[in-house]
Design a protein around this ligand. Structure first.
Ligand SMILES: Cc1cc2nc3c(=O)[nH]c(=O)nc-3n(C[C@H](O)[C@H](O)[C@H](O)COP(=O)(O)O)c2cc1C
Length: 318
């Protein structure tokens, strides 16, 4: 496969990034993905107890991933976390080389990270935000479409229209995210002008992911219409449909108080779903591409299938 600017930037073989996903992007998954030639990514609260110490957990996760792989890996940071400064310091102290920042202003930490020789990738969902991120000096933007799992852009731009517009608007590499689960999506992203892809949901259904088996089974069983966006004016989260979603929708239609709905979408509830498999207790974040996923396989197979699938399509088009 052709090496893109993202391969050069991150020192990886294939321009594929495994997304940082709350609670579940742990050292084991990141190392397996990095060892397969892509970029594995950890998230500070991976595998942690609900009231655990995120800074301590991040330090431990970074040590663990370094024991499991010598290849590059990244860390995802939600910039609006109250303890973000401590997390940034701990990551730089721990020798982080790649940071993915999201949900906040990239001007806050990009210079700090770049001065520490860290490559910075910022998640955006509009052309305006991509340009602003470029102006702050980030190395690449991740253009995340509305198909993606988790909290998505309020303007609801799909990957298919968002990526080429951002490609036209910035000089730095663009990484496509949202709705990509196989070689067809990978080839399409490259055709749209992206220099790489970021994938979340497909990496949940891997043997190395610490998500509960109920979560993996639910995603593998999902059909094309299996997800929806909940609390559009608050968290704007794409989740798997089920009893929990029905409850939130009916509360919303009854005009429930904002705080009550926010409580239902809390991080602790998402943890109970993702790590304890209590699917009726909270939101199961998951991309629209769940409908494309039917099995649970090793992370190296996911990477290999993406690469082989995209290569076959791109060479058949020559
Ligand atoms: C379970 C889950 C948790 C996520 N948590 C976060 C998060 O904490 N921060 C973030 O920036 N993105 C988060 N995301 C979004 C991913 O980083 C990624 O951009 C997205 O999953 C890509 O779309 P896909 O799921 O269709 O591959 C999450 C996604 C999922 C599925």
């Amino acid at each position: 496969m052709k090496r893109t600017r993202v391969c050069q930037l991150l020192g990886i073989e294939y321009p594929i990034i495994q997304a940082g996903m709350a609670w579940i992007s742990s050292a084991e998954l990141a190392a397996a993905v990095s060892n397969a030639g892509a970029l594995g990514v950890i998230i500070p609260n991976a595998g942690m107890s609900a009231r655990g110490d995120e800074v301590k957990n991040l330090r431990e996760q970074m040590k663990r991933v370094k024991r499991l792989t010598e290849k590059p890996f990244g860390v995802t940071f939600n910039l609006n976390l109250p303890n973000i400064q401590k997390l940034m310091y701990a990551a730089v102290e721990g020798g982080i080389r790649v940071a993915i920042t999201s949900a906040g202003n990239p001007a806050l930490y990009t210079s700090y990270l770049k001065n520490a020789n860290v490559k910075v990738l910022h998640v955006v969902a509009s052309v305006r935000h991509a340009k602003r991120a470029e102006a702050t000096g980030v190395d690449a933007v991740i253009a995340e479409g509305y198909e993606a799992g988790g909290n998505t852009g309020f303007d609801e731009l799909t990957t298919f229209v968002l990526v080429p517009q951002i490609v036209d608007a910035v000089e730095i590499p663009v990484i496509a995210a949202g709705g990509i689960a196989d070689g067809r999506g990978f080839a399409a992203a490259l055709a749209l002008g992206a220099d790489g892809i970021q994938i979340g949901t497909r990496f949940i259904t891997t043997t190395e992911c610490i998500a509960h088996r109920n979560v993996k089974e639910a995603i593998a069983k999902a059909i094309d219409t299996g997800t929806t966006v909940l609390t559009r004016s608050l968290t704007h989260s794409r989740v798997l449909k089920g009893k929990f979603v029905a409850k939130v929708l009916s509360l919303e239609s009854e005009g429930a108080a904002r705080d009550g709905v926010i409580d239902l979408m809390s991080a602790e509830r998402a943890r109970a779903v993702l790590l304890d498999g209590k699917l009726e207790d909270g939101p199961l974040y998951c991309g629209e591409d769940a409908g494309l996923i039917t099995d649970v396989v090793g992370a190296d197979k996911v990477v290999q299938d993406l690469v082989k699938g995209a290569e076959a399509i791109l060479s058949s088009l020559k």
